[in-house]
Design a protein around this ligand. Structure first.
Ligand code: C2E
Ligand code: MG
Ligand code: MG
Ligand code: MG
Length: 285
């Protein structure tokens, strides 16, 4: 019977979504607390010149050390930040900390572009532009020492809007980098339409290149494409000396990976730089 039809409750959520709601609120609170109490912090991983070992950049990678659970993997909690609507808060925090580190490096005589990862979903709204310029202003940070690595480019839903937003970020002076190149759909379309000055070959192709001729062929061709497009190609996920040598012989200019350095606290980046200057690491490559 349908006698009750007009009296049906209109806005009471079912129990599943109430649970979601409560979970999200507590997740938001946990993220907000972690952002302000030091549980969330940055590690930095050097980008080096393959030929010389000279450090030419540092990528800021966010870390969350929960006092009870220990380290929470970034891929996991970045998802959580998205679910909880906290991506822009997280990104603002990372930008602030990156500027502080960059300014500290400069005080020590190390002029280093810092790379910050930007989730593709933040390119769905123009507010990212004012956020970035606001943080740069607050820290009197030279935008030319900021690289924005766009992650998961395949998730950009409107390439035209993203192109405008990235154009504005580039106009501020920041460099725009395409992260994880080769993974997911639409990589080449994004490369065509967005103002990238760097692309990073995903480690999926770098890791097997010494043993898999197909991977090597792909890497060599991406390197050639980089030369044709006049953009910098970075090999990421370089885990051993053999891969580094093969990259150098293939004409790769910039590399990053455990073979060079794991992500480290920022003081270690300064140590690396100073050790290299005095020659202690001259045979790193
Ligand atoms: P990504 O930007 O591609 O960063 C590179 C990841 O590869 C890092 O993992 C790094 O620790 C790892 N890695 C570097 N060298 C090697 C290597 O030689 N071998 C292997 N196996 N791995 C290597 P991590 O720190 O776990 O970050 C994972 C991803 O989380 C990042 O991938 C990036 O997409 C995302 N992420 C990290 N920090 C942020 C952030 O502040 N904001 C956003 N939106 N995403 C971030
Ligand atoms: Mg990255
Ligand atoms: Mg990457
Ligand atoms: Mg990645």
């Amino acid at each position: 019977e349908k006698t009750n039809e007009t009296f049906e409750p209109i806005c009471i959520a079912d129990s599943a979504s109430q649970e979601d709601l409560i979970w999200n609120i507590s997740l938001q609170a946990r993220i907000d607390a972690a952002l302000s109490n030091g549980e969330i912090y940055l590690a930095f991983q050097p980008k080096i010149m393959v030929q010389t070992g000279e450090i030419v950049g540092a990528e800021a990678l966010v870390r969350w050390k929960d006092p009870v659970k220990g380290h929470i993997p970034p891929d996991y909690f970045i998802r959580q930040c998205e679910t909880a609507g906290r991506m822009s808060q997280l990104t603002r925090f990372v930008l602030e900390e990156a500027c502080k580190a960059g300014n500290a490096f400069e005080k020590e005589g190390l002029q280093l572009p810092i790379a910050v990862n930007i989730s593709a979903t933040l390119l769905h709204e123009r507010s990212i532009v004012s956020m970035v310029s606001d943080v740069l202003d607050r820290h009197a940070y030279d935008p030319r020492r900021l690289t924005l690595e766009i992650t998961e480019t395949f998730r950009i839903s409107n390439l035209d809007l993203a192109a405008e937003i990235l154009g504005e970020l580039k106009a501020l002076g920041a460099k725009i980098s395409m992260d994880d190149f080769g993974v997911g759909a639409a990589s080449l379309e994004a490369l065509l339409k967005l103002p990238f000055s760097e692309l990073k070959i995903d480690r999926m192709f770098i890791a097997p290149m010494t043993t898999d001729a197909k991977a090597l062929g792909i890497v060599k061709n991406i390197l050639q494409m980089g030369r044709d497009l006049r953009i910098i190609v970075v090999a990421e996920g370089v885990e051993d000396a053999g891969t580094l040598t093969l990259l150098r012989d293939s004409g790769c200019i910039v590399a990053q990976g455990f073979a060079i350095s794991r992500p480290v606290r920022f003081e270690k980046i300064l140590q690396y730089h100073k050790a290299r200057e005095i020659g202690a690491l001259k045979n790193i490559v």
